[in-house]
Design a binder for this molecule. Structure first.
Ligand code: LLP
Length: 405
């Protein structure tokens, strides 16, 4: 565990050192994301160990594209999964070699496909026959061969928020078996410039139960084999991301054990199939490493509710407003003995959805106190907006107890 209390102060345990989060508050009191880079490295190593080095890990950059985070992951030697031209550019800039970049995403433009092909990235994950045709056209014009993997929609309905479910038949993502003839026709038309290298899937995010993930892989095996039987030399089975964390607890052992069970199941399922296994985790690598520090501006009590109004909100961390997601909210300084009262922790935005947490207990909370919104390293700063013309959050990265950016 990297964050915890020592002497009543919330901080970051980094090797032998303890860094109180209070010391990272900026002079101008701006809300701040803190990222513990050591935690990201440890989790990546743990994931690689669970996969017994038999699965190639491509970090899903959409979860967090902070420069220090990306550089750390590039240095660990894993690959990256990108979903836009902007992410391709950034991946190259922070040092991911093109051979370790996979390009996913449901709406790739011509310009983005050109960029991917120009840099000879390792694989483009294809979402529809129309997109496959477009990739073929761009590749032909660039006189190159595009390595493509076909995204399968396995029609599984995992338990998670409907907005982050992607492998159900009614979702916009991927293709089911009925697409086979049309895809085959396009592959035939662009034989000279499309190389089918594998299949890919991704059924959703924040999945705590790994059985739907394994079920999806099991249901995708026939799609892989059908393309092999059609004469394609497939080399890659990309199982996507989706592993969830326990947002209700600071103890991450349960989720890490789930990762190990997933890895065992995956290796067993895909052993007879052959090919290289690739995965695209985002949240499981970076969520725990991040906290969002914010300051209580006002305490407000109505006959019905108590509010703690803070200087951050849905414009910096959208997850609670968008998915009713739960994040623990902890005071930077524990105050013992004081009366415990519950508050809705809310932001300054003119929307009633601007709530970071409902009915949270705090002892002796006061205006000016600092709070940490925990486990916000994934889909936090990357989903922030300028709504109400609010400034973006500050971001600070820590390695070995030192601020490095
Ligand atoms: N691969 C693909 C193709 C994806 O679309 C995603 C996430 C991932 C991998 C990584 O998934 P992860 O391992 O992080 O679950 N904003 C939402 C999550 C959206 C996920 C979108 N796709 C949230 O805050 O919960």
């Amino acid at each position: 565990m990297s964050y915890g209390y020592q002497g009543g102060e919330l901080g970051l345990f980094s090797g032998q050192k303890f860094l109180a989060l209070r010391t990272l508050v900026a002079k101008d009191e701006a809300p701040t994301y803190v990222y513990d880079l050591d935690d990201i490295v440890n989790r990546t190593e743990r994931l690689k160990a669970a996969f017994n080095q038999q699965v190639t890990v491509h970090y899903a950059m959409k979860a967090n594209h902070n420069l220090a985070v990306l550089k750390t992951l590039a240095q660990v030697g894993i690959g990256v999964d990108v979903v836009s031209g902007g992410e391709i550019d950034l991946a190259l800039r922070v040092g991911f070699p093109p051979s370790r970049i996979v390009f996913s995403g449901v709406g790739k433009t011509r310009r983005e496909i050109q960029l991917a092909l120009q840099h000879k990235i390792c694989q483009i994950n294809v979402e529809s026959p129309g997109e496959l045709r477009r990739i073929g056209e761009v590749a032909r014009a660039q006189k190159t061969v595009a390595p493509v993997a076909l995204r399968f929609n396995p029609d599984v309905n995992p338990e998670t928020h409907p907005y982050i479910r992607t492998g159900f038949r009614e979702n916009k993502f991927g293709m089911d078996a009925s697409f086979f003839p049309e895809v085959q026709t396009v592959l035939g038309q662009f034989k000279d410039c499309l190389k089918l290298v594998g299949i890919t899937l991704h059924i959703g995010s924040q999945l705590r139960d790994v059985s739907p993930l394994l079920e999806a892989v099991r249901k995708s095996i026939p799609w892989f084999q059908r393309w092999q039987e059609a004469g394609h030399q497939l080399s890659t089975f990309d199982v996507g991301g989706g592993l969830g964390i326990d947002y209700h607890s600071g103890n991450s052992e349960g989720e890490l054990r789930a990762v190990e069970a997933y890895a065992r199941g995956l290796l067993e399922l895909l052993k007879p199939v052959g090919g290289r296994i690739l995965c695209e985790p985002g949240r499981i690598l970076v969520a725990r490493a991040g906290v969002l520090l914010c300051q209580v501006q006002y305490l407000k009590e109505t006959p019905y509710k108590r509010f703690a109004i803070v200087n951050t909100g849905m414009h910096h961390l959208l997850r609670p407003a968008l998915y009713e997601a739960y994040h623990r909210i902890l005071p930077l300084r524990e105050s013992s003995g004081a009366e415990v009262k519950t508050y809705d922790v809310v932001g300054p935005i003119c929307e009633s959805a601007d709530v970071l947490g409902h009915d949270r207990p705090f002892a002796g909370l006061q205006e000016g106190d600092w709070l940490a919104v925990m486990d916000s390293g994934a889909y936090g700063a990357v989903m922030s907006s300028h709504y109400n013309l609010q400034a973006p959050p500050r971001e600070v990265a820590i390695r070995s107890g030192e601020v490095i950016s």
